[in-house]
Design a protein around this ligand. Sequence first.
Ligand SMILES: NC(=O)c1ccc[n+]([C@@H]2O[C@H](COP(=O)([O-])OP(=O)(O)OC[C@H]3O[C@@H](n4cnc5c(N)ncnc54)[C@H](OP(=O)(O)O)[C@@H]3O)[C@@H](O)[C@H]2O)c1
Length: 319
Amino acid sequence: MPLWTHAAMPSLAGRTALITGANIGLGFETAAGLAQAGAQVILGTRDTARGEAAAAHIRQRHPSAQVSVERLDLASLAAVADCAGRLTARLERLDILVNNAGVMALPRRQVTANGFEMQFGVNHLGHFALTLRLLTLLRAAPAARVVHLSSLAHRRGRIDFDDPHSLRRYAPWAAYQQSKLAVLLFAMELHRRVEGSTPGRGLRSIPVHPGIAASNLFAAGPGSGRLGLLMPLLDLAFPLFGQTAAAGAQPTLFAAAAPEAQSGCYYGPTGWGERRGPPGPAWIAPQGRDLATAARLWTLSEQATGLTWPIDVTPDVLE
Ligand SMILES: NC(=O)c1ccc[n+]([C@@H]2O[C@H](COP(=O)([O-])OP(=O)(O)OC[C@H]3O[C@@H](n4cnc5c(N)ncnc54)[C@H](OP(=O)(O)O)[C@@H]3O)[C@@H](O)[C@H]2O)c1
């Protein structure tokens, strides 16, 4: 596959895209890139003031950008349902959903409004619920795409089905690795279900990772604890082993827009160790390809969120 650059981005005029966690970092760069290509972009943010500031920043960069903000807190299933309800009321269809928001390696165990461990709850279960609730809108688009932000961290992940919410023992990095493996398994299982059933007609489910990209992720996670002292050192060292947030957003933009991006394929940077570089196919660890684990995770996610596939059983779907 020839290396893809942003210059190859097709026009997205007439398309609508929702990006979660779009006020900062990779989500912001993704939203700016999609808006530049002509998409009507919705920034899903838990703090609408910061969302509006990000929207203003995008309009500064691209004066013709069509940007709006929607309140979305993935740490609450009720808030996810509210957001999906508002979008369903105001949109006719959704062409692109980017499940981007995330938290990493929180020093102390935190829980969502529903009692889920925060990383499993926000990174995976919140996005699982959002995706299923937006399925009707996605189905209304002729060739919708759902892009899921996984990570190199999935390679060390395992799903602890006995204790997914780390009630017995909490390890910050293991919880992050589990959540990012869950994101990848969800993307792959969604791809398989879409392929095998009418409800997802034409929908592509595409997992990606950004390599290692400069963002607020470290400061908001491990940096909020004692490791915060290392932040100035990390900032200095970062250009040696990572890339900018704009570069880190390229695999997401590729998956969201490139005609050659395929459902069920995993994309990331193609440079050394997949840490940086232009987007292309990425390596999936064996546990990310385990069909039985993916199916079991789906059942766990349905039970945790109270949502089932397909959520929108309507007569035309049953034809
Ligand atoms: N940067 C990397 O090297 C890297 C590597 C691998 C994977 N990733 C993944 O890339 C994604 C984006 O991360 P980033 O690096 O851009 O980090 P970031 O700058 O910290 O951005 C994270 C975004 O997620 C939002 N968020 C956190 N909790 C939320 C919640 N409960 N509800 C709604 N939004 C929430 C944040 O909102 P607030 O601003 O309100 O906190 C922020 O907008 C994440 O899924 C991350 O795991 C990043």
